[in-house]
Structures are given as C-alpha cells and as structure tokens.
Design a protein around this ligand. Structure first.
Ligand SMILES: NC(=O)c1ccc[n+]([C@@H]2O[C@H](COP(=O)([O-])OP(=O)(O)OC[C@H]3O[C@@H](n4cnc5c(N)ncnc54)[C@H](O)[C@@H]3O)[C@@H](O)[C@H]2O)c1
Length: 381
C-alpha cells in the first residue's frame, strides 16, 4: 500500500500513477476541500483514460484510492510519498508525525523540488529510510523521476526504488542530494541567460523565444516557458538554488523576473507575465535574423552544456542519467552532453572563454572538465 501526503497538483498525480500501477493508495490532506477537489479531478481524469482505452476500468482504479483526513490511515503503507507545501519546517514536522504511525520497514520519500533530502531525513528517528522521489508536473504524463539518496539513506533502498519506478512506467535517474538535483540545476541558464540577453538589449523576448524554438529546436522559448510555469514557481526555484549554492553567481536571479513577481504578473495564470495574455493584447513580433538567432541559441545552449558538464564533473549523476533527465524531464531536443560532442568541446570552451573574456564575470567560468575534454579532444557520450 502506498501513502501520499498532500492532494494538490503533484500528490493527486502521484496517487494516480501508483493506483494505475496496481497499488492500493491512501491520499491524505489536512484540507478537506483539497481532498474533494482531488477526488473529483481524479475521477474525471480516470474516466477520460478509460474512454481512450488507456486503462480498462476507471472505477477499479478509483476503488484502489482512499481519501483520508487522518494520518493514522497510513499504518499499513510500505511507501509514503510526501507532496505538501515546499517549506522545510512543515515537511520535517509531517515526517515526524508519519514516522510514529507507520511500520519500521516503511520507506519515506519526499517529492521536494528544492529542499535538501538530508535535512528532511534528519528530522526522523530513522533517517536511513528517507529518500527523495522527485516527479515532474504533470506526474502521470512526465516520465522522469529523480531518485535521490540523502547522505543517511540506506544504499540498498536505491536499486529497489529504481525498480519500483520502472514498474510504475517511469524513467528513473539517480541524483546526488545537491541543490536542484539534476533538472532544476542544469536548466537554470535556459531562463537566466535568456533574461540576461534581453536585459542587455541584444535581443527582445520574442526574438529570443523564436531563436530557441526555431533554431534550437526547443518546444517552448524561455520567456513563454517561464510564463507557463509561473514566476511564483520559476523565480522561487532560481532564488532557492542560488542561495543553496552559497550565492554562486552562475545561478543569480534577475531583477526583471523579480519585478514580475512583485507586480503579481505571474504569467499565463494571471493573464500577464513577460507576455500579455489578455484579450486583444498584441503579440510581439520576433526579429527573424538568422545570424542573431544563431548567436542567441549558441550562447544559451553553451551555458546549459557547461552546467551539464559541471554536474558530471561533480558526480551529481552519470552521463547517461544527465542525458535522460534533460530529455525526459524538460523535453530538451537532445542531451546536452551529446550536443557538446556534436559541437565539440573545443568550440564550447571557446564560446565560454569568449564570454568570460568579454564580461570578466565568474558566471561564465568554464567547467574544468570541459577544458580537459577540449584539450584532450574527447567526447562525453
Ligand atoms: N508543481 C510542480 O510543478 C512541482 C513539480 C515537482 C515537485 N513539486 C513539489 O511537490 C510538492 C507539492 O507541490 P504541489 O504543486 O502539488 O503543491 P499544491 O499546493 O498543489 O499542493 C499541496 C497540498 O498539500 C496540502 N498540505 C499542506 N500542508 C499539509 C500538511 N501539513 N499535511 C497534509 N497536507 C498538507 C495542501 O492542502 C495542498 O493540497 C512541493 O514540495 C513542490 O516543490 C512541485
């Protein structure tokens, strides 16, 4: 039996995945309205899946999910996945409460996007049974799950967690318990460098979005994507990653995005973000200059490549898992290490060193592993 704490966007999605995979699921929330909403939404979603013949019986799957407002219902669970508000103190106290109710063998996982699994585990009497299982939104559709052992986690749990995620139809990758794990770390320059290019006046947002989709092959441009994710989520992740990396300038947030948040221009959901989504608003036209587009695309992609190479250098994940994470977690058109191989490590290094020489900012420092591969003319994948 699987227990899920929090019946919001992620908790309800994770409950659906587990129930479709055949588990009995207890979905718990302290907010009755949230539980009711989750029940209605799950019922509607499962019916749609039945109509599309993706599942045989919505009733059967829904029958496996019970909705609980009392944590005691978790007593028979073998795995608990927490997906509540992103606040360390609240998560710690919930893990504390749960630990008393469940059996000593029960595994406790957190779906946190940006908090340290190690610090959540430290709140438990038995921290060795705590790990991270980071799903992506929407959980039933996004294949990637980052499996994150804390430094206290019993290592034997990791292969079992990988196997379980495979059984749930997911694509697991193993990530070190470092800020942003894989995806939320490596993807930072997609947003940050795009904003920097706009702030410097090299190109406007529509042109940058055009370059990244048309030339780079990304599904969405950075500004459209930030508006879609919402600046309340995207900016906060950037700020948390920046602070957690002891203020490494590579992850520095931007004032342009902070101002949007302060204005309540949260993106698509509030009708306005970088773009205006209100009826009758004009859509800005990109400057479709091939040379400018190539320059923008190369600058952002090379910054992404540098992040991926540095994550490899610091053993955040294996090369294969880094490639899987960026293609399945954020749908990049290809793995960043493969991209580096195609352009060659020398060309990537030249671009980065060019940026560094121009700005003299630590933000543009090349990973020493990229320099090594450039000198030795080696490939990553
Ligand atoms: N939304 C995303 O894109 C996304 C992606 C990956 C991971 N996450 C992570 O998943 C977690 C949940 O995110 P979300 O977007 O589903 O949030 P959400 O706000 O949609 O849902 C959170 C739910 O938790 C409930 N809750 C709050 N405190 C509780 C408590 N003490 N006990 C029980 N229930 C409680 C709330 O009532 C709410 O229903 C966060 O840690 C977030 O960082 C979010």
């Amino acid at each position: 039996m699987v227990g899920v704490i929090g019946s919001g966007a992620m908790g309800a999605g994770i409950a659906q995945v587990a129930a479709v995979a055949g588990h009995k699921v207890v979905l718990y929330d302290t907010n009755d309205q949230a539980l009711d909403r989750a029940k209605k939404n799950l019922s509607a979603t499962l019916l749609k899946l039945q109509e599309k013949s993706k599942i045989t019986s919505a009733e059967e799957v829904l029958g496996r999910i019970s909705f609980a407002d009392n944590i005691v219902e978790f007593s028979h669970c073998g795995l608990i996945i927490e997906a509540i508000i992103e606040k360390l103190e609240v998560k710690k106290s919930v893990f504390n409460e749960v630990e008393i109710v469940v059996s000593p063998e029960c595994i406790l996982a957190s779906n946190t996007s940006s908090l340290s699994i190690t610090s959540i585990a430290a709140a438990c009497k038995n921290p060795s049974r705590v790990m991270g299982l980071h799903f992506f939104n929407p959980a039933p559709l996004m294949a990637l799950v980052e499996v994150i052992p804390a430094i206290q986690t019993n290592p034997d749990m990791i292969p079992a967690a990988r196997e379980l995620m495979l059984k749930w139809g997911k694509t697991p990758v193993i990530a070190k318990d470092t800020p942003g794990f894989i995806v939320n770390r490596v993807a930072r320059p997609f947003y940050g460098e795009a904003i920097r290019i706009m702030e410097e006046g090299i190109a406007d947002k529509a042109t940058i979005d055009w370059a990244m989709t048309e030339i780079g092959g990304f599904k969405m441009g950075p500004f459209a994507l930030m508006d879609y994710i919402g600046h309340d989520v995207n900016y906060v992740v950037t700020e948390t990653v920046f602070q957690s990396f002891f203020y490494d300038p590579r992850y520095k947030p931007s004032f342009s995005q902070k101002r949007l948040l302060e204005a309540g221009w949260l993106g698509k959901k509030s009708g306005r973000g970088f773009y205006n989504y209100n009826e009758g608003a004009e859509t800005p036209t990109p400057v479709k200059d091939a040379e400018l587009g190539k320059e923008i695309c190369e600058r952002i992609v090379v910054m992404l490549i540098n992040e991926a190479v540095d994550a490899l250098h610091l053993n955040v994940a294996t090369a294969a898992d880094l490639e899987t994470a960026m293609t399945k977690g954020v749908n990049y058109p290809k793995g960043l290490l493969k991209w580096c191989d195609e352009w060659s490590a020398q060309k990537c290094l030249e671009k980065l060193d060019g940026l560094y020489d121009n700005y003299h900012e630590d933000r543009y420092r090349a990973s020493s592993l990229l320099r090594k591969y450039a000198i030795e003319n080696k490939k990553f994948v």
